[in-house]
Design a protein around this ligand. Sequence first.
Ligand code: NAI
Length: 301
Amino acid sequence: MTEIHHEGRVAIVTGAGGGLGRSHAVLLASRGAKIVVNDLGGSRDGTGAGSEMADQVVQEIVDAGGEAVANYDGVHTWEGGSSIVQTALDAFGKVDIVVNNAGILRDVSFAKMEEPQLDLVLKVHLYGAFHVTRAAWPHLRENNHGRVINTSSGSGLYGNFGQANYSAAKLGVYGLTRTLAIEGAKYNITANVIAPAALSRMTEDVFPPELGDKLQPEEVSPLVAYLASDECTETGRCFSVGGGYIARVGILEGEGVFLGQGHSIEDVAANWDGAMQLGPGSVEFTNGVMEQTGKILQAMS
Ligand code: NAI
């Protein structure tokens, strides 16, 4: 098969100072894309800031013969999104690929969750993807070409204890992606979303150490780079990805039951099995983010 390249393309990767974002940026750069390495450089819960993380990844890309510039803005503000896109325009004259990857965690059970835990998590993940894509959108439309890759999570798709804030944000990213795919179609802009599993600063205390070798960020990036390529015209899709495994994830609707107009509560109860039916046979349910990871591990073994 011919090698896939991103020559002549300009990619913004948010949160690219470490973990998955770094891996995506390095791979895209190795295939010829010019990269804006964005990272706020703060801690895992979104506090603090610094230039070192983004600078290091830029240096790594340049040392390997690629082209990259750093941007230290936070995706969580409208101005931050605009400034990140402006960095691409100033350095490289355009933007073609947007990888919305930046993320933080502020885990706490729903009963104990307070406004600061809700607010910043929604702002970084959901608003962040919105801000950066919104600022890039007119340029993608003008070029009649664009690739948007968003980052959801099994926690958003399936739920996870202690992550009501993060789950809500991450399923929001799914919904955003679906609409971007619809609105982008006539401008050749695709939008897809991944739910990754990888060892990173974010998950170092989630995955057992023995899995670390297998769940490397580098096992997620080839899918991202494929979705970012000219060769891939897939759009509006969601993928569970990690450790060498890729599976499409979809939201399903069953055949349903028709109860007629003016039906009663008791009619609902009496037809519950029909309403619950999700189609014949081959549909597999995933209950919780741990089960998602379990499926990846099963595929690996
Ligand atoms: P990470 O913590 O290594 O990377 C996230 C990066 O985003 C950090 O470098 C951080 O400085 C940056 N960041 C945080 N707030 C920012 C802001 N306001 N503006 C710009 N940059 C900011 O974590 P990881 O695992 O690489 O996560 C990447 C993405 O993948 C996140 O969106 C995360 O929610 C998602 N994800 C990761 C999973 C995993 O198994 N590692 C599982 C599911 C989703």
